[in-house]
Design a protein around this ligand. Sequence first.
Ligand SMILES: CC(=O)c1nc(NC(=O)[C@H]2CNCCN2)sc1-c1cc(O)cc(O)c1
Length: 130
Amino acid sequence: EEQEEDVLRELRLFLRNITERLSLDRRFKAFTKPVDIEEVPDYLMVIKKPMDLSTLLTNIDEHKYVTVSEFMADADLIWKNTLEYNPDSDPMDRNIRHRACALKDTVRAIIRDELDEDFERVCEEIRESR
Ligand SMILES: CC(=O)c1nc(NC(=O)[C@H]2CNCCN2)sc1-c1cc(O)cc(O)c1
């Protein structure tokens, strides 16, 4: 009902704000757009569920997420995919792995600092009721 739509609207605003802040961080430039298959032709052979910050924003706008934890699962794909695709001791692999780990820690720190656990509980109740 109306109160539920108010909660989900606030969730979308919260998730958009996080995603836009991450997209502005220069460390995360490589994660802002879908991996360019021209640049890395074997990417889709290795990575089954590509994800990036612009796709997170599209998903938010399409009301894909009813809880923060659903959003987190997709956000986690970005750094998990990066670690999987870049396992080597190659300096480039190491560098993008450091950025992936920084992304993981940054998302978790923002959620811990800015998400009210009561708000997430209300979102989970809405998800279970649907
Ligand atoms: C996002 C990601 O995971 C990614 N990984 C790469 N790794 C490599 O190129 C490593 C793989 N190991 C052997 C030495 N080369 S390039 C790359 C990428 C970065 C962008 O800014 C845009 C884009 O489309 C893809």
